[in-house]
Design a protein around this ligand. Structure first.
Ligand code: SIN
Length: 477
């Protein structure tokens, strides 16, 4: 089976959808035109919806065990094709191949986890209030799911939605980012090869995301919307889902604080920061956005950090030894440069800056003397800029860390046991890395509080997002 061909197609009920209009897929590192993907319009979306609704009914008569086996097979196929999937990701998204391979494994991990969890969707027997009644609950699939996924993890953000949805017996319509549709189509082909029903995983690619999603969210047949993306779009989608009272999961923007206390091991903190900041060139929702460093260790940390940042190699992710690929678009680079200029104009200083890069490449930058008047204190940077803020006390830094509306991931480094307990409880975030810069894992609940979203993905909690609990009250005579 070809995983990438030119032209590619939106995939409706297992069939290639032909259309007059195409989505062009371009390599952000080289500008090379990779593929043309046929676009799905509202009519195509209606066909997908009908197939998804029919498939949901059929899935109701499949066992959790059977769905588990399909997921297991899909997992095996993703592992078998990890190299080709990773190459697709590097070409259409830009991240270095070593990171794309890690993403393929991360993506496969969600499928493996839910192939196991599918069999553990237990209900409950509730201790009854009367001798003549038995009270139980069962968990059933919510129905047709619409998923909207971003370009920064073109594999993993899909499997962490589709795998639990299928485990729960739901059919899924995916609208991937128009920048990275090839990985999405490849995943769907592998799922179908694994035995997944063709109407259970359909892919609609479009340049008119807003129009297509508005059309689909109007339908009462779509019972669940799951979205990963910005808070602004997430909030608009929640409003769109209100009229038809859909269940929703929202993985929205972050603004992660990364705090290094006096007692921390500076070497370890810097290595955690390098991972939390530079993964995917800084283009992750859980990237360290504001780095708070205790005054007493600020000079030592800066020294170690700039030394390590200076070793990073930028380039085409398919080349050996590359650590940082291009940003996803010129607009993304321009926005990051504006954030940098704003910070410098308001008093920040450059501690390190790599050689200026052309095209969509942006060299890593480390800046100090950052404060809350600057835009990058309040906005997601999504680029390889490390912004450092010194602090004096625990109270002060926790207050600054919590002072933004977002609450996705936070990190801190400390070797003081009492402080670890105090700070991990005080941070208003859905996920906290303690002496660790990489926290994402299929077995742990990923998600945020406040403006960072609703619901959790991965872990046991991720399955519940695709299920309804039905209460059964049975009377015996
Ligand atoms: C994201 O950036 O949205 C996800 C990152 C992750 O899963 O680690």
């Amino acid at each position: 089976m070809s995983l990438i061909s030119n032209p590619e197609f939106s995939l409706i009920n297992g069939q290639a959808h032909h259309s007059k209009t195409q989505v062009d897929v371009v390599n952000p590192a080289t500008g090379e035109h990779l593929a043309q993907v046929s676009e799905a319009d509202n009519q195509a979306a209606d066909k997908a919806l009908q197939a998804a609704a029919e498939t949901f009914e059929k899935l109701a008569s499949t066992t959790a065990h059977a769905r588990s086996q399909v997921l297991r097979k899909w997992y095996e196929l993703v592992i078998e094709h990890r190299q080709v999937l990773a190459e697709i990701v590097t070409k259409e998204q830009g991240k270095p191949l070593k990171e794309a391979l890690a993403e393929a494994d991360y993506a496969a991990g969600f499928i493996e986890w839910y192939s196991e969890e599918a069999k553990r969707a237990y209900g409950q027997v509730i201790p009854s209030h009367s001798q003549s009644h038995e009270l139980t609950t069962i968990r059933q699939g919510v129905g047709v799911v619409l998923g909207i996924t971003p370009w920064n993890f073109p594999l993993a953000m899909i499997t962490r939605k589709v795998a639990p949805a299928y485990a729960a017996g739901c059919s899924f319509i995916l609208k991937p980012s128009e920048k990275t549709p090839l990985a999405a189509i490849a995943l769907a082909k592998l799922a179908i090869q694994a035995g997944m029903e063709v109407g259970a995983f359909q892919v609609l690619v479009t340049n008119d995301s807003k129009g297509l999603v508005a059309h689909l969210t109007e339908s009462p047949q779509v019972r669940k919307l799951t979205f990963t993306g910005s808070t602004q779009v997430g909030s608009a989608l929640l409003k769109q889902c209100a009229d038809t009272v859909k269940k929703t999961s929202m993985e929205l923007g972050g603004n992660a604080p990364f705090i290094v206390f006096d007692s921390a091991d500076v070497e370890q903190a810097v290595s955690g920061l390098m991972a939390a900041k530079f993964r995917n060139a800084g283009q992750t929702c859980v990237a360290a956005n504001r780095v708070f460093v205790a005054k007493g260790i600020a000079a030592e940390l800066l020294n170690t950090l700039t030394q390590q940042v200076s070793t990073l190699t930028l380039g085409n992710g398919l080349e050996q030894g590359v650590d940082i690929g291009p940003l996803i678009s010129l607009e993304a680079k321009q926005k990051a440069q504006q954030l940098l200029e704003d910070a410098l104009a308001k008093g920040a200083s450059i501690a390190y800056q790599g050689d200026k890069q052309s095209g969509q490449f942006m060299a890593p930058v480390v800046i100090t003397d950052v404060n809350s008047t600057m835009r990058l204190f309040h906005e997601e940077i999504f680029a390889p800029i490390v912004s450092i803020i010194d602090f004096e006390s625990e109270d002060e830094v926790v207050r600054m860390a919590n002072s933004v509306p977002e609450g996705l991931a936070a990190y801190f480094y400390s070797n003081d046991g009492n402080q670890i307990r105090r700070v991990s409880h005080a941070l208003e975030y859905g996920m906290v890395g303690i002496n660790e810069g990489i926290i994402s894992n299929p077995v742990a609940p990923f998600g945020g509080v406040k403006f960072s979203g609703l619901g959790r993905e991965g872990a046991q909690e991720g399955l519940l997002e695709y299920q309804e609990i039905k209460y059964l009250c049975q009377k015996f005579s």
